[in-house]
Design a binder for this molecule. Structure first.
Ligand code: FCB
Length: 454
């Protein structure tokens, strides 16, 4: 019997990802300000079972142990996010030194173990004080974000080689300000494009601040600044023109609006016409699109599954409805569809040849620890294996993918769904905070050690 192996290029970066609110806990420790997620999760009825990120994985206090576990797995990079209100509790420029010190310690621990830090500036936890002034509906928030970003480039820029401005601006806009399922929980669909525009504008301003700080991406290395987008492929439920049109609009809202703005310095015409009829257009000031579309050093892709869309006239936004995902599905109810990662990469690639990182990919399961102490998550291994084979296929066809981050390092707080969606390579017992490496962590360790997939 022959076994085939997929080899990844030398220097390919293997990592895992997290986000501040989902793991840190310590929500009001050491001078941290309230974020929109603190506020939202403390509002009754917003989160399943009334759970909150108050403690989460207590990573704020246990980061050293967590970095040791990363080293045990052999991670080469770690993607985490910085909680803006830990640095600037009120969203202005009054610094909370202890918050900055925490990230300094974390980054130092990573670097000691040779783990390359990738920091996301915004993974959804806006200072609540800024929300009280309109949040991302207010253009001024983009300016505040640029100040926060510039501060971090100055103080951590020498230690952190990879920076992502935003995580999934689509989710921030549509789920934060449209359907209100995520913080700040606002339901004003007519504002979502304005929010999206301000998020992109703040990205552009942060890239500008990064360049002004004198930092440059080194050719061939892992450094520079980019943005992380959610890129899921969309497929029409049938070949009927109505389904095809509905699918085009959903893909337009989720993917093309962001990709075209960033790569082509414009919003897609068809989407502009579509949203104009819904009185949703944002105010675009002269120069905005140039700022948004200035060159970045890489693009991060978060991809998990595909979406199949059918026409539904009752949906005001895109006249579409998502078709019930086909089995097999994950604990999130998402279809397991390995070509999704290939299609996501190829879609982005059609916009331009820019270095790519898969900044999130993974599976939620209802993992349990067995009597032998093991967490046997074969389904996660199968998911990673099949998706990495599809990623390899995209790379074999020329896609310049530089690294892959599993979502997630640890089981954590899955936003409005709380704690029962376990995405981690590491099992967390939330009652005791005990960490246990799952089978997938050992499997990933072997993969990293050989830089190849069997
Ligand atoms: C992504 C988020 C991440 C996590 C995964 C499951 O959309 O960026 O924080 O919730 O989904």
């Amino acid at each position: 019997m022959t076994t085939s192996r997929h080899h990844f290029p030398p220097g390919f970066l293997w990592g895992a990802a997290t986000a501040a609110y989902q793991i840190e806990g310590a929500w009001n420790a050491d001078g941290k300000g309230e974020s929109i997620w603190d506020h939202f999760s403390h509002t009754p009825g917003r989160i399943r079972r009334g759970e909150t990120g108050d403690v989460a994985c207590d990573h704020y206090h246990r980061y050293a142990e967590d970095v040791d576990l990363m080293a045990e797995i052999g991670l080469q990079s770690y993607r985490f996010s910085i909680a803006w209100p830990r640095i600037f509790p009120h969203g202005d420029t009054a610094l909370n030194q202890k918050g900055l010190d925490f990230y300094r310690r974390l980054v130092a621990a990573l670097r000691e173990r040779g783990i390359v830090p990738m920091a996301t500036l915004y993974h959804w936890d806006l200072p609540q004080k800024l929300q009280e002034r309109g949040g991302w509906v207010n253009r001024d928030t983009a300016m505040r974000f640029a100040e926060y970003a510039a501060f971090l480039f100055e103080h951590l820029g020498a230690e952190i080689p990879l920076w992502a401005t935003h995580n999934e601006p689509f989710i921030s806009a549509y789920f934060g300000y449209g359907n209100g399922e995520k913080a700040p929980g606002v339901r004003r669909f007519w504002d979502v494009l304005t929010v999206g525009h301000h998020l992109l504008l703040s990205h552009g301003l942060a890239v500008q601040a990064y360049r002004a700080s004198g930092r440059r991406a080194e050719a061939g290395g892992h450094s520079g600044i980019g943005i992380v987008l959610m890129i899921w492929p969309h497929h029409p439920a049938s070949a009927s023109p109505r389904d095809v049109q509905a699918n085009r609009l959903v893909d337009g809202a989720m993917n093309r609006m962001f990709l075209e703005a960033l790569f082509c310095r414009r919003y897609p015409d068809d989407m502009w016409q579509h949203f104009r009829r819904r009185l949703m257009l944002p105010r675009v000031a002269p120069g905005d699109m140039e700022l948004i579309g200035q060159p970045m050093d890489f693009l991060g892709i978060n991809t998990y599954t595909r979406v199949v869309n059918a026409a539904n006239w009752r949906d005001l936004l895109a006249g579409a409805q998502q078709v019930t995902p086909q089995e097999p599905t994950t604990a999130m109810g998402w279809e397991i569809y390995p070509p999704s990662i290939y299609e996501s990469v190829m879609k982005v690639r059609s916009y331009g040849d820019i270095p790519l990182y898969i900044t999130e990919n993974g599976i939620a399961l209802h993992d349990e620890k067995g009597n032998d102490g093991r967490v046997a998550d074969g389904a996660r291994i199968a998911y990673m294996q099949s998706h990495l084979a599809e990623l390899h296929r995209a790379m074999a066809e020329g896609a310049d993918v530089r690294g892959y981050y599993v979502w997630s390092l640890l089981d954590n707080f899955e936003w409005e769904l709380g704690y029962d969606k376990r995405f981690g390579l590491i099992h967390v017992d939330f009652a005791t905070q005990k960490r246990t490496l799952k089978d997938s962590a050992y499997w990933y360790r072997d993969l990293i050690a050989t830089n190849s997939l069997s």
